[in-house]
Design a protein around this ligand. Structure first.
Ligand SMILES: NC(=O)c1ccc[n+]([C@@H]2O[C@H](COP(=O)([O-])OP(=O)(O)OC[C@H]3O[C@@H](n4cnc5c(N)ncnc54)[C@H](OP(=O)(O)O)[C@@H]3O)[C@@H](O)[C@H]2O)c1
Length: 245
């Protein structure tokens, strides 16, 4: 198990359950102090208590990624308490509901999904970047999806070739583009940012229809969150390596 420098601090958004909670667990098991990001204080507190009961180091940060005031409060709280951040995992995401043809989608549905999955990632990243710049090894991981691969979703032979989840798929394509754009700006600062594809995973997100476990899903995000100094930036990866854009 790779180790991490002492006092490494990570914020994981949407970490009260699902893949985010497992990423928090696996990072904490590697010695990282994890800030469990949760929009609901009660659900977040329960998640933190579960980690503390395992002897892991964790604290709660209430953060709703669609709410600029909430994001600013969370950033101010982390600054005041710790003065820096080493790892940011932009995990919070919504599907916006399954099905519906592109021709039937509404502006409201598009906005709802983009508020969380796209604008939320940018707003949270920008609010936390001043703290990440103070880290000796800042790392950002954006949770993307195989559905965000244009190569795979336009290939009828791929498992993603048959889906037409316009809002969700295009939001994850945007997450990939966001990852590439930040990588260019942050390369000079030594901050690495990569997109992670966790695979189709059994969580509330898909009523537990996924065929992968959260333990498997978290592996790639944890690896990208703990990359060494010579690790990549601006990539899209699953646990086996690069995923086509
Ligand atoms: N499961 C899969 O098969 C799969 C595949 C590819 C990619 N992903 C991606 O992986 C990430 C995690 O998915 P998951 O399967 O773990 O989903 P999940 O079990 O539904 O968990 C989603 C988490 O995001 C939080 N969240 C939603 N909206 C939020 C907001 N506005 N502010 C803060 N937190 C918010 C939820 O909080 P509440 O509990 O308060 O709702 C929850 O903690 C998502 O980005 C998803 O797109 C999942």
């Amino acid at each position: 198990m790779p180790n991490v420098p002492a006092e490494t601090i990570a914020l994981i958004t949407g970490a009260n359950k699902g893949i985010g909670f497992e990423v928090a667990t696996q990072l904490a098991q590697r010695g990282v102090f994890v800030l469990v990001g949760a929009r609901d204080e009660t659900r977040g507190r329960e998640a933190v208590d579960t980690l503390l009961a395992q002897g892991l180091h964790a604290a709660l940060v209430v953060i709703d990624v669609t709410d600029d005031d909430s994001i600013a409060r969370a950033a101010g709280e982390i600054d005041g308490r710790y003065g820096q951040l080493d790892i940011l995992v932009n995990n919070a995401g919504i599907s916006g509901g399954a099905g519906g043809s592109p021709s039937e989608i509404t502006r409201a549905r598009m906005r709802q999904v983009y508020e969380t999955n796209v604008f939320g990632v940018v707003a949270v990243t920008n609010a936390l970047l001043p703290l990440l710049r103070r880290s000796a090894a800042g790392r950002i991981v954006n949770l993307s999806s195989g559905l965000g691969s244009l190569t795979l979703s336009s290939d009828p032979a791929s498992e993603f070739g048959r889906y037409t989840y316009l809002a969700y798929q295009s939001s994850k394509v945007a997450v990939n583009a966001i990852t590439v754009a930040y990588a260019k700006e942050l390369r000079a600062n030594g901050i690495k940012i990569n997109a992670a594809d966790p695979g189709f995973t059994a969580t509330d997100f898909n009523n537990h229809r996924g065929y992968r476990t959260v333990e498997q899903a978290a592996v790639v995000a944890v690896r990208l969150a703990t990359l060494p100094a010579d690790g990549p930036t601006g990539t899209f990866q699953d646990e086996n390596g690069p995923v086509p854009w």
